[in-house]
Design a protein around this ligand. Structure first.
Ligand SMILES: [Fe+2]
Length: 85
């Protein structure tokens, strides 16, 4: 599989760094960008059916953002539990 230009997907496609904190922040940013895109699309139409679909999709991005945020908190908790003083 690849993108519309035929370039194969790789880790660079989703900017994976291999560090869970960095990657989860990247994921959360991607969800916010998707949400912003849906908001922009809503402003381009007055078709209520299209707006309903875009709002539904946008609400999913909010949930995805929250779940990634919870995963990030779990990573922080795990890292904290590994510190021995
Ligand atoms: Fe999403």
């Amino acid at each position: 599989m690849g993108d519309a230009s035929g370039v194969p997907f790789s880790a660079s496609t989703i900017a994976v760094m291999g560090n869970p904190v960095t990657d989860l922040h990247e994921d959360m940013a991607a969800e916010q960008k998707a949400l912003a895109t849906y908001y922009q699309l809503v402003n381009l139409t007055d078709d209520v059916d299209i707006i309903d679909v875009l709002k539904f999709l946008g609400e999913r991005e909010i949930v995805h953002y929250q779940r990634f945020g919870e995963a990030l908190m779990d990573v922080y908790d795990f890292e904290e539990s590994q510190k021995l003083f």
